[in-house]
Design a binder for this molecule. Sequence first.
Ligand code: AP5
Ligand code: MG
Length: 195
Amino acid sequence: MFNIILFGPPGCGKGTQSEKLIAHYGLKHLSTGDLLRKEMKDGTPLGLEAKSLIQKGQLVPDEVVVGMISSALEANPDVPGFLFDGFPRTVAQARALDNLLDLKKTSIEVVLALQVNEEELISRLINRAQTSGRMDDADPEIQRNRQQVYKNETLPVAEYYAKFDKVEMIDGEGTIEEIFSRLQKSIDTKKGLAS
Ligand code: AP5
Ligand code: MG
């Protein structure tokens, strides 16, 4: 299995690049944000609990997202690998993920960390707010809160994986195609396929 974490702040392009990566490499895309939005749309108890936190730009409890990921891993035993998007977002989630993958005799190969300056992030999210219908896009204050939560709670995840020498910084500015090609290069090198 070849498992990747696509890492970076809100608006850095995780969802956009995930679509291209799964089409190219046949990986199973696991986005906790998408899974939570589905629960909210279906009006499940979990969705209702998540809604009150997501609309403030706060994180959903670790055990909730770890439970969702655990079920998704079990439900997809035969995929060539997973692409994690928006997960793990705390060091506790990272440790839980490592344990879950360990049980499956696999691990994270690489953490691809998209680098985008904050002004660009905010401008992308303001643009997206016009069409996304996402309640956490609409209000600039919530957007700022999401960036702050990222710095406080999620950046330490990169430090955690850096200790295992798994983090690769990728320039996340430029066209979608340019960024995709940087990601591809990095993955192919890791896979030993680069010519
Ligand atoms: P989540 O859905 O994961 O959102 P996020 O991390 O805040 O990131 P976004 O989806 O906003 O951005 P993205 O990086 O995917 O960028 P995108 O490709 O869309 O999480 C939402 C909430 O759910 C969290 O706040 C939390 O409450 C909860 N949650 C989720 N996971 C959790 C977890 N593990 N633990 C606890 N809570 C959790 O691009 C953004 C925009 O930019 C798009 O409009 C796109 O078209 C555009 N764009 C993309 N690339 C480019 C480019 N190169 N140039 C110009 N524009 C571009
Ligand atoms: Mg996303």
